[in-house]
Write a protein that binds this ligand. Structure first.
Ligand code: FAD
Length: 382
């Protein structure tokens, strides 16, 4: 039966990681409660990539069919110059599950559909916790208190639980900002299933097939963390920055409304040496915040959720189960955090000599090297 019999676990944070963990734990018979500070559960914004390591998790949770019905399949990744010239075409590989892109809101609603409503406690902002006599007591901002057998901090990159366990640490801004949007596109400039990222000097533009003729796009630029878009707004700012880039970048920007363009600084934290203490652990961005360059932050949160549930199912005591979960996850997530950081560093090069060198090397290198490395990330089994 493992550590799960008759146990109740509290999860702080109702993002993709927290809800996926609740679904995975609920499926093995654990009594779960998710505490989310927002009054409504929602994932705003564009789409996200779910690579085979994530769709494999969703299949195991019994949710893959629903995901496939609401997403677009991606089979190749093109690296291009801002002129459109292809520098490399990477085949994403044949797995038993596909790589897809879908709206975040759709993924969250599918996950929520697998969780009884009574597990969710909205408008509950966690303040602090205390561990005493084999229990974890949670204190909320509104004065409420509750006790659980174990607690999972899935409260994102600025995690209060992480701060309480290991001290305050501000996320690190990595020198560039990412704008994102969703656009409908009916033209012929994109081959179905072919994602792309186009490289300029200190700027990139990515296009991901989100299905049903919708595409998620992202744009990056080296700007200060306090950068303002200017009096004419985000859309015009991006149209100016990416003027002259290849088709259909201009069409995508044109087709996206100003108030639907999201903007985030690329941030992460140095990898943690330890994720938990006693009956408390971390999950998702709270444990391993990652720059978005590999599109793996949410995928890793899904993996965490399943590994956590399996560890609790297999171990006899909850604290052993949490340590086992951390041991199984910490090396992989650190590796992906570091690779993502490196990809962003190279992708944001601005010096013309470095940029030309990067393009020459990318054109000459066999795509197989990248395919081999990506296969290792995508083939992960929980
Ligand atoms: C530009 C960009 C593009 C990305 N693209 C991809 C992609 O293509 N594929 C991918 O897999 N990942 C991608 N990611 C990463 C992905 O978005 C994150 O890794 C993922 O959302 C993390 O989920 P989470 O549940 O751990 O944290 P979050 O989504 O941050 O959720 C944390 C939740 O905790 C709640 N919370 C916080 N504090 C408290 C508190 N004190 N009390 C109660 N509730 C609290 C918050 O309100 C929130 O709902 C991208 C990220 C960025 C910035």
């Amino acid at each position: 039966m493992g550590a799960r019999a008759g146990k109740n676990i509290g999860i702080i944070g109702g993002g993709i990681g927290g809800i996926a963990a609740a679904v995975a734990l609920h499926r093995i018979g654990v009594d779960v409660s998710v505490y989310e500070r927002a009054e409504r559960l929602r994932e705003v914004g564009a789409g996200m990539m779910l690579w085979p390591n994530a769709t494999r998790v969703l299949r195991e949770l019994g949710l893959l069919e629903q995901v496939l019905a609401r997403s677009g399949e991606n089979t190749h990744f093109l690296v291009r110059k801002s002129t459109g010239r292809i520098l490399m075409s990477i085949a994403l590989g044949q797995f038993e599950v596909p790589a897809v892109c879908m709206r975040r809101a759709d993924l969250l609603s599918i996950l929520l559909g697998a969780l009884p409503n009574e597990c969710l406690h909205l408008g509950s902002e966690f303040d602090r916790l205390k561990q005493l006599d084999g229990k974890v007591r949670l204190y909320f901002k509104d004065g409420a208190e509750v006790e659980h057998d174990a607690v999972i901090g899935a409260d994102g990159i600025r995690s209060r639980i992480r701060a309480q366990l290991f001290g305050e640490s501000d996320p690190l801004y990595r020198g560039y900002t990412v704008w994102r949007g969703l656009a409908r596109y009916e033209g012929t400039a994109i081959t179905p299933g072919f994602n792309s990222e186009s490289w300029g000097k200190g700027m990139r533009f990515g296009i991901l097939n989100t299905g049903h003729r919708r595409y998620t796009w992202y744009a990056t630029a080296n700007v200060s963390p306090h950068h303002l878009d200017g009096p004419n707004g985000r859309k015009q700012k991006l149209q100016r920055l990416f003027a002259g880039w290849h088709e259909p970048i201009g069409d995508f920007l044109e087709a996206t409304s100003e108030n639907e363009i999201l903007k985030h600084g690329a941030r992460d934290c140095a990898p943690l040496k330890q994720w938990g203490k006693g009956l408390v652990t971390l999950l998702g961005d709270a444990a391993h915040p990652c720059t978005p360059n590999l599109g793996q932050g949410g995928c890793m949160a899904l993996e965490d959720a399943l590994v956590l549930a399996k560890s609790i199912k297999d171990e006899m005591s909850l604290d052993h189960a949490l340590r086992r979960y951390e041991l199984r996850r910490i090396h992989r997530t650190r590796h992906i955090q570091q690779r993502s950081l490196l990809m962003g560093y190279i992708g944001q090069w601005q010096n013309p000599i470095f940029v030309t060198g990067r393009h020459i090397v990318t054109r000459m290198l066999p795509a197989k090297i990248f395919e081999h490395n990506l296969r290792k990330v995508y083939s992960y089994q929980t």
